[in-house]
Ligand binder design. Structure first.
Ligand code: 3H9
Length: 704
């Protein structure tokens, strides 16, 4: 195996090459190598300057996250960097690609930094729930100021090379080869007689208490429920309150401690779960993805329009089909309006709009789909209509094209069977707004071919989405688990819980929005109509089942669009106000059905009933093989349903609190609720009783 780091001396310049594919993550061997090279070149009078750059597609993308779980092998990066910074020769670090976390921290220990034009530099540590641990919290404030440093730590998102130069993070921006640029910069330094310049010797202007308080508020808002922002503030504060060495020791304690917090474990779990989703047993490199360079979308409504935008954003040509020109005109006008909003927000230029609109061609004829590589149907949920559409697609589309449906409830096996090419049929379930939401459920039928699955995952990546595999099942992964969660929230409203309390408890738990407020936003009628269209999925013998929404629907209280729903809304405002009439009607209904309760319903009960019901359904999905792994479910929930990343997703959260706790909760609520709703999944019961966890179960499954 090649060395992850090596040095060659050219004309008095020691050129250090980091070479650890794929992303030059910092390994123990790399740290050892850097220390050894530093010690070798420090006393060498023949070496006048040092250049460090990376081979491959990127500069160092940070510490190797897989090392965080155990004891890190020595030497630690922070200690290596102390010696690296002390090199007597001027040290130039030349960056390219994505320089992240420990990568930027290494660059900060160099004396000069230059970045290739397309470089992105950032500190993603907050997305992993950790405090930078290679002295970034002491060096960055010294270099660019404490406020800008904290903003970078809080944002987690990388900045461009140009922004980095404006911030003072890099000295120069170049185009071309990092090695050559680094050497040229070092020669300029030598010619100008410039020597070492260490960040540790710079001073920090302290933030005022008011500024610190403002950062506290900002951190709490940006990263709701997390403690990492507080730890970042404490670490940065040390940069002006303590001498460098003591600041380094202070950061060390905070950073090492942060690795053990529940939020860090949860977010690191998601980091790896998101990278595992595309790993489908039985699908291998041999199943080459088909080329998708054009696409047809059927239906120009909210969903179809959003899907068309998602493709145009990825530079893929789209034919957009609807029944008549009037419908297409409406659809295209909405797409343009949405793009204009992005221009107003500074996310796009007017030229981008024209380019993307130019990629979308309207049509009313299926014949225009003859040469597209993929078609996605996004019309309303009606099996007969969908079968008719697929028969048409089967007739006109070229061999090898993929036929996809965006259905969220219907049996895709049946849809596939309506064609002569069921192997080419797949579900691509987008989430609204499809041009924004990251999640894409990839639904395989019993006959979907392997290369169609491989193509679907490759497509998800191209669309900058995260694809998660599901088998056909009513609601697939996401909506099937949402069902019991929402059912409990509704039932709580019937039992007498104020919607504000229900949503408040769920939002305090970390959900992006309480489910009753979601109903008001999406329209109370959406769920009512879906249940009407799918009577087989509504129990005949449970009058409380989704009764609350029905009560509101009967009054035409459909949520925000009618100004009344679970809440009341003033015209033009989304502020949730108390809706006394609804509260009274729901309470009356609860009494009539014999479920009304006296006294307050605790927040703990609200969260447990909603979340445990969801976890139980997740366990059933694993048992039935609808979802491949608990981590896949966690990705669905954190990327598509607003489940808090700091809790790692419902299945990881269940492991954290203990499956015995979840099982005890299911048994407890079975006594007061509908026992059938609370029937524990076999898998959950077995794991809980044997002291197991979903994580360990998944590892055992993978090893089989
Ligand atoms: C940190 O540095 C803490 C410091 O303060 C130091 C404390 C001591 N570790 O995403 P891709 C793997 S925190 C381990 O598909 P892309 C990845 O799993 C760290 N592995 O490529 C995948 O493996 P495989 C801060 C890593 O081009 C392969 O590389 N750093 C790491 O779409 C390709 O990845 C981060 O958070 C890693 N750090 O995107 C950076 N990074 O092929 C996280 C990647 O086996 N990484 N892998 O599936 C990224 O954001 C993206 O990977 C990157 C490339 C933008 C770099």
């Amino acid at each position: 195996m090649s060395q992850p780091i090596r040095v060659a001396v050219e004309d008095g310049i020691a050129v250090i090459t980091v070479d650890n594919p794929p992303v030059n993550a910092i390994s123990a061997a790399m740290r050892r190598g850097l220390l050894e090279i530093t010690r070798r070149i420090a006393p060498d009078p023949g070496i006048k300057a040092v250049v460090l750059y990376c081979a491959g597609r990127t500069f160092i993308a940070g510490a190797d996250i897989s090392e965080f779980a155990g004891t890190m092998a020595l030497p630690l990066l922070r200690n290596v960097l102390v010696e690296f910074e002390q090199l007597p020769q001027p040290v130039v670090v030349a960056l390219h690609g994505t320089a992240l976390g420990g990568g930027v921290e290494l660059a900060l220990a160099g004396h000069y930094r230059i970045a290739e034009q397309g470089t992105r530099l950032g500190f993603p540590e907050i997305t992993l729930g950790v405090v930078p641990g290679a002295v970034g919290t002491q060096r960055l404030p010294r270099l660019i100021g404490a406020a800008k440093a904290l903003n970078m730590f809080f944002d987690g998102r990388p900045v461009s090379a140009t922004e980095a130069r404006e911030l003072g993070l890099v000295d120069d921006v170049f185009t071309g080869d990092p090695r050559e640029a680094g050497i040229a910069f070092a020669r300029q330094l030598l010619a100008a007689g410039k020597g070492a310049r260490r960040v540790r010797d710079m001073t920090v202007t302290p933030l005022t208490e008011a500024e610190i308080a403002a950062f506290r508020t900002q951190g709490a808002k940006q990263h709701r429920g997390m403690i990492t922002p507080e730890l970042d503030i404490a670490a940065v504060r040390a940069s002006w309150e303590l001498p460098f060495e003591r600041g380094q020791a202070f950061e060390e304690a905070l950073s090492d401690g942060s690795l053990g917090t529940p939020e860090s474990k949860a977010m690191r779990h998601l980091f790896f779960a998101e990278r595992r989703v595309a790993d489908v047993p039985g699908v291998s490199e041999a199943d080459k993805p088909r080329t998708i360079s054009s696409c047809g979308v059927i239906g120009s409504g909210t969903m179809g329009g959003g899907i068309a935008m998602a493709f145009a954003n990825a530079d893929i040509a789209v034919r957009l089909l609807d029944v008549d020109q009037a419908a297409l005109d409406r659809g295209l006008a909405t797409i343009r309006k949405n793009y204009e909003v992005s221009v107003k927000r500074g996310k796009m230029t007017p030229a981008d709009i024209e380019k993307r609109m130019g990629l979308i061609t309207p049509t009313t004829k299926y014949e225009d789909f003859a040469d597209v590589d993929l078609a996605i149907e996004a019309v309303f949920e009606d099996m007969a209509l969908k079968k008719k559409i697929f028969t048409e697609l089967d007739r006109v589309m070229k061999p090898g094209a993929i036929l996809a449906t965006n259905t969220s409830t219907l049996d895709i096996n049946q849809i596939g069977a309506a064609t002569k090419r069921p192997g080419d049929v797949v579900g691509l379930h987008f989430f609204s707004p499809a041009n924004v939401m990251r999640l894409l459920e990839i639904v395989r039928t019993d006959r979907t071919s392997k290369d169609v699955l491989a193509t679907s995952f490759a497509l998800a990546k191209k669309l900058k989405k995260i694809g998660v595999l599901s088998k056909v099942s009513y609601g697939f992964i996401g909506n099937r688990m949402m069902d019991p969660y929402a059912r409990e929230a509704e039932r709580l409203a019937l039992e007498g819980a104020d919607p504000k309390e229900v949503d408040g408890a769920l939002e305090d738990f970390g959900m992006a929005m309480g489910i009753l407020a979601v109903f008001d936003m999406a329209g109370v009628d959406v769920g009512v109509k879906a249940r009407r269209a799918n009577p087989d999925h509504v129990p005949k013998d449970d009058p409380t089942f989704y009764r609350a929404s029905q009560v509101l629907f009967d009054q035409n209280w459909l949520g925000q669009k009618t100004g009344k729903g679970y809440y009341r809304y003033e015209a033009g405002s989304r502020e949730r106000l108390r809706h006394d009439e609804a509260l009274k009607l729901l309470a009356d209904e609860g009494r009539k059905l014999g479920v009304a309760r006296s006294g307050e319903i605790s927040r703990q009960e609200i969260v447990e009933r909603c979340v445990f019901a969801m976890i139980n359904e997740g366990a059933k999905l694993l048992e039935e093989g609808v979802a491949l792994r608990p981590g896949d479910i966690d990705v669905v929930y954190t990327s598509g349903y607003g489940f808090p990343r700091r809790r790692g997703g419902p299945m990881f959260y269940a492991d954290q609190i203990g499956l015995d706790t979840v099982l005890a909760g299911l048994e407890k609520y079975a006594k007061s609720g509908n026992p059938r709703d609370w029937q524990p999944s076999k898998l959950l019961r077995e794991l809980a009783q044997s002291g197991g966890s979903f994580t360990a179960w998944a590892e055992a499954q993978a090893a089989k």
